[in-house]
Design a protein around this ligand. Structure first.
Ligand SMILES: *[C@@H]1O[C@H](CO)[C@@H](O)[C@H](O)[C@H]1NC(C)=O
Ligand SMILES: *[C@@H]1O[C@H](CO)[C@@H](O)[C@H](O)[C@H]1NC(C)=O
Ligand SMILES: *[C@@H]1O[C@H](CO)[C@@H](O)[C@H](O)[C@H]1NC(C)=O
Ligand SMILES: *[C@@H]1O[C@H](CO)[C@@H](O)[C@H](O)[C@H]1NC(C)=O
Ligand SMILES: [Zn+2]
Length: 499
C-alpha cells in the first residue's frame, strides 16, 4: 500500500488521464482485496460454483439492506432479528459449512434454556422462589442454603401450580437473556452484564450436580458437531461438582470429568477431532487468590496434559482486577503455562481495561479473547500481526453485552480488511439462544465483513480456527487433514437448489 498511495496522489495532482486514474484506482482495489482475510487465496472450479451460489444470495441480502436501511437487521440488537435468521439462504449455507473449531466459549453458557428447563424435571431438585429470582439445588433433603421463602421440591411446586405450561414458561425465562424489547431491558452494559451474571448463579447448581455435568458436556459437544464444528476449546471456571448428599469435589475432579467426556465423545464420533480446556477463573481477585488459581492450573495440567490448553481470567473486564496488578506472578507462570487472556473487551478507551491488551501481549498470550479495543493501539495491532496472536472475535456477544449496537461498526471489519489472525467464536451462545457457531459466522459474514468478502474468507476463517488453536504438532496436522476432508465433502455435495 505504501508504494501505491503516494504514486496515486502524484498522478492526481499532475492531471493524469482518466484512464491512468482508473488504472491506479483498480490497483488499490486489488491490493486491498489481496490483504484481506482469505483474499489472497484461489478457489477450485467446484468451489467457484459454490461461491457463485453463496454470493448471489449474499448480495441480495446486503443490497436489500442498503436500499432499505430502516429495516436493516444488523444495525439493531440481535434479539430483534434472531428469530428470522433461519429464513436466510446465506445462513442455511453457513450452517452446512464446515467451520472448524470454536475457540472462545464458556462451558456453562452453551446450551439454551430448553435444555436447562429439561433438567428441572429430574428427581430430587429443590427450588426456592424469591421476589424476582429463583434458586435451585439437587439434594436428598431440604437444602440448608438460605432461602427467603421456603425450599420445595420442584415437582411439588409444578404440580400445585395451576398450569404446568405457565410454570415452565416462568422458569424458562430465568435461563435466557432473550426478550422481545431488548432496548428497554438492556439500556447499558450494567443491565446486560447484571442479568448475564445472574444467569450463571441460577444455573450453576443445576449443571454442577455431578450426574448432570457429564451429560451436559457430552450434549455440548454433540450440538457443536451438529453445527459442523469439529473441535472445541472450553473455557471453564472449573466449578466444584456435588452429590445429593452434599458431598463436594475439588476442581481437579471437574477437569477429569471433562477429559472422560471428551474421550467418550471422540470414541463415539471419529469424525470429531476433540476438545481442550482453558482454565478461566474469575478476574475479581487479589494476588493470593491468583496464586491459588495458578496452583490449580498446574495441577490440572499435570493431570490431563493432552486436554489442557492454558489459563485465562474471566468476568466483566471493567470491574475486574487489571492484569497489571499481577505481573510478577504471571511472568513466573508464563514459563510453564500458555495464556489465552480476555483483553480489551471494552468501549472505554485509555482505561485499565483497555490497557489489559498491552499486558496480555507482553505476557505472551497465544490468543486474545475479544481484543475489541485493539484498533485504538497501533503498536499492538502490529505486534499481533508480527507475533501471529489469534484474535477470538465474538460479534453477537459484543452486541448482546452492550459494546456495539450496529455491527457494521464492529472492529472485526477492520481486522478482516487487514488480514489479521482472526477466529470467530460465540462466547455464550445458549444464553442468547443463538446456535453454537453458525449465527456468529452468519452475522460476521453478512453484517460485518465487506459486501465483497466471499467463500475464500469463510474458508480461511475455518482453517484459522485450527491454525490458532492450542493443538500442536501432529495433532494440528491431523486437524488440518480432517477439516480439509470435511471441506471437500461439503464442496462436492453442494447443491445450490437446496438453498
Ligand atoms: C499472496 O500470496 C503469494 C503467494 O503465496 C505471495 O507471494 C504474496 O506476497 C501474497 N500477497 C499478499 C498481499 O499477501
Ligand atoms: C424459524 O424460526 C422460527 C422461530 O424459532 C420458527 O417459528 C420458524 O418456523 C422457523 N422458520 C424456518 C423457515 O425454519
Ligand atoms: C427435553 O426432554 C424431552 C423428553 O426427554 C426430549 O424429547 C427433548 O428433546 C428435550 N429437549 C431438550 C432441548 O433437550
Ligand atoms: C391458581 O388459580 C387460583 C384461581 O384462579 C388463584 O387464586 C391462585 O392464586 C393460583 N395459584 C397460582 C400458584 O398461580
Ligand atoms: Zn468470553
Amino acid at each position: 500500500m505504501r508504494s501505491i498511495l503516494p504514486y496515486l496522489l502524484t498522478l492526481a495532482v499532475c492531471h493524469a488521464t482518466i484512464d491512468d486514474y482508473k488504472a491506479e484506482r483498480a490497483k488499490i482495489v486489488r491490493a486491498e482485496a489481496l490483504l484481506s482475510v482469505g483474499g489472497n487465496s484461489t478457489l477450485t472450479d467446484k468451489e467457484s460454483d459454490v461461491n457463485n451460489c453463496l454470493m448471489q444470495r449474499k448480495f441480495r441480502e446486503v443490497d436489500y439492506g442498503f436500499n432499505n436501511p430502516q429495516s436493516y437487521a444488523f444495525s439493531r440488537h440481535f434479539f430483534t432479528y434472531k428469530n428470522n435468521i433461519n429464513n436466510s439462504r446465506v445462513y442455511k449455507i453457513i450452517k452446512d459449512l464446515p467451520k472448524g473449531a470454536a475457540l472462545h466459549i464458556h462451558d456453562m453458557g452453551i446450551l439454551g434454556p430448553d435444555y436447562i428447563l429439561n433438567i428441572t424435571y429430574m428427581d430430587n431438585l429443590f427450588v426456592c422462589f424469591d421476589k424476582d429470582d429463583v434458586q435451585f439445588k439437587f439434594s436428598d433433603k431440604a437444602p440448608t442454603e438460605p432461602c427467603t421463602y421456603k425450599w420445595n421440591l420442584i415437582s411439588d411446586a409444578r404440580r400445585s401450580s395451576n398450569s404446568t405450561v405457565d410454570f415452565d414458561a416462568k422458569i424458562r425465562k430465568y435461563f435466557t437473556m432473550y426478550v422481545d424489547n431488548p432496548d428497554d431491558v438492556y439500556p447499558s452494559i450494567k443491565e446486560s452484564w447484571g442479568i448475564f451474571m445472574q444467569y450463571f448463579q441460577r444455573v450453576a447448581p443445576l449443571l454442577t450436580y455431578r450426574p448432570i455435568w457429564e451429560q451436559y458436556c457430552y450434549e455440548v459437544l454433540r450440538k457443536f458437531r451438529e453445527d459442523n464444528v469439529m473441535y472445541v476449546e472450553f473455557r471453564s471456571i472449573l466449578p466444584v461438582l456435588y452429590e445429593l448428599d452434599g458431598t463436594v469435589y475439588d476442581p481437579i475432579i471437574t477437569a477429569k470429568s471433562y477429559k472422560k467426556t471428551f474421550d467418550r465423545f471422540k470414541k463415539d464420533h471419529p469424525d470429531f477431532l476433540g476438545a481442550k480446556l482453558i482454565y478461566a477463573p474469575s478476574r475479581r481477585i487479589d494476588r493470593d487468590k491468583l496464586d491459588e488459581y495458578l496452583r490449580t492450573a498446574r495441577a490440572i495440567k499435570a493431570e490431563i496434559a493432552d486436554n489442557f490448553a492454558g489459563f485465562d481470567l474471566v468476568g466483566q473486564e471493567d470491574l475486574g482486577s487489571p492484569l497489571i496488578e499481577f505481573i510478577p506472578q504471571l511472568i513466573a507462570a508464563s514459563k510453564d503455562m500458555d495464556f489465552f487472556f480476555h483483553a480489551g473487551e471494552t468501549d472505554w478507551y485509555g482505561t485499565t481495561t483497555d490497557e489489559n491488551l498491552i499486558d496480555a501481549i507482553l505476557l505472551g498470550a497465544k490468543r486474545l479473547g475479544h481484543a475489541y479495543a485493539l484498533p485504538k493501539h497501533p503498536l499492538l495491532m502490529k505486534a499481533v500481526i508480527e507475533r501471529n496472536i489469534g484474535l477470538e472475535v465474538n460479534v453477537i456477544s459484543n452486541n448482546v453485552l452492550s459494546l456495539v449496537r450496529d455491527v457494521r461498526n464492529h472492529p472485526l471489519s477492520g481486522f478482516l480488511a487487514n488480514g489479521m489472525p482472526v477466529v470467530l467464536s460465540s462466547d455464550d451462545p445458549g444464553i442468547w439462544e443463538a446456535d453454537p457457531l453458525s449465527n456468529d459466522f452468519y452475522v460476521a459474514f453478512v453484517g460485518v465483513a465487506s459486501r465483497l468478502a466471499d467463500l475464500r474468507m469463510l474458508k480461511q476463517l475455518a482453517f484459522n480456527s485450527i491454525e490458532y488453536s492450542a493443538l500442536k504438532g501432529s495433532a494440528k496436522e491431523e486437524g488440518i487433514v480432517m477439516l480439509t476432508k470435511h471441506w471437500n465433502t461439503f464442496i462436492e455435495n453442494f447443491d445450490c437448489s437446496k438453498y
